[in-house]
Design a protein around this ligand. Structure first.
Ligand SMILES: [Zn+2]
Length: 333
């Protein structure tokens, strides 16, 4: 891996990729907002006196350092907003997740940051990312605790592999129903084609904010991984437009409802003997039929239980004890 090259980037993209909020912060501060930089990579822009009526919106990007598309998209969105700062109608926390990994052009330094949002980290506790997660957890708590109950968290990613639904989202089931319905509708507006309802934490940032802070939270997969500065931003156009409206408090409606999937099973890698029955290039949402082998792990054989299941995030290379894939089924709702 070579370090990411920032030389040819536009100023706003380079600034966000390096978590340099200087110019954006100055514009909002000059417009009368309270601007905070609680930890490197986190910017908060809130009303001078926070009101319970104002929504609190957390946008996170770069939790995986090689997922650069959302950094570009959000850099342009924030740059535009900072040029008309009075349009900001929500309290905003902008989080650049794994700055060091972004600089290195890598997914992570020691271990996946998006598995660190849990109280028990086991042998991951000594990793670089565990410390980073602690810092983000504190900043996130301070942000949400300071505002009202209307809380959103959009954690923006791009996927490693191709997907039959290029834009999809993971939504924690524990989100209160009205907020969850509103979130899923909004995701549809943002071009999200499929939603996976997730019943249990995998240590992700979005699960954490849903569980600990009652946020309508989602891990949003916006397309394929690309090189910083060279992403095809057209694949993010619908999401960029939806974000534009969300941050400005627009009445938002329309879009196609995403197809909803329930999680049938989470496949956990139990040992180094773990082997998936299909190749690394398997697309997300590839269908498998009842009885087909998904993976073997020593004496454990995972097979498809429903008439049809779809595999998402197949990754045999995760650490032992972590999720190596999710099997989902079409929800009948
Ligand atoms: Zn990711």
């Amino acid at each position: 891996m070579t370090a990411a090259s920032f030389d040819t980037l536009s100023a706003s993209v380079r600034a966000l990729a390096q978590a340099d909020f200087g110019e954006v912060a100055a514009r909002f501060r000059a417009a009368g907002f309270a601007v905070g930089l609680p930890v490197k990579g986190v910017l908060t822009v809130t009303a001078a006196v926070r009101s319970a009526k104002r929504a609190s919106v957390l946008l996170s990007v770069g939790v995986h350092g090689d997922e650069t598309g959302p950094i570009e998209m959000v850099a342009h969105a924030i740059d535009a907003l900072a040029r008309e700062p009075q349009a900001l109608a929500v309290d905003l926390m902008l989080c650049v997740g794994n700055i060091d990994a972004i600089a290195a052009g890598k997914r992570f330094i020691d271990a996946d940051l998006n598995r660190m949002f849990r109280s028990e980290r086991g042998d991951l506790a000594a990793t670089f990312e565990a410390g980073r997660a602690d810092a983000l957890i504190d900043a996130t708590a301070a942000f949400f605790d300071g505002g009202g109950d209307r809380r959103w968290h959009l954690d923006l990613h791009t996927a490693i592999r191709a997907s039959r639904y290029p834009r999809f989202a993971i939504v924690p089931e524990l989100i209160e129903e009205a907020a969850r319905t509103e979130l899923i509708g909004w995701l549809g507006l943002g071009g999200i084609e499929a939603v996976i309802m997730n019943p249990a934490s995998a240590g992700t940032y979005s699960w954490w904010t849903a569980e600990r802070h009652g946020a309508a939270a989602s891990t949003v997969e916006l397309g394929r991984i690309g090189t910083l500065g060279q992403n095809d931003l057209s694949q993010f156009a619908a999401m960029a437009a939806a974000l534009h409206g969300l941050l400005r408090g627009a009445d938002q409606a329309g879009g196609s409802a995403p197809i909803v999937f329930d999680t049938a099973r989470s496949i956990t890698k139990l040992s180094d003997a773990f082997a998936m029955a299909f190749g690394r290039e398997t697309e997300n949402f590839t269908p498998l039929s009842k009885g087909e082998v998904i993976a073997t792990d020593g004496d454990t054989v995972y097979t498809v239980q429903h008439e049809e299941e779809f595999v998402v995030f197949p990754n045999p290379d995760v650490r032992v004890g972590l999720r190596a894939g999710i099997m989902v089924v079409r929800a009948d709702r």
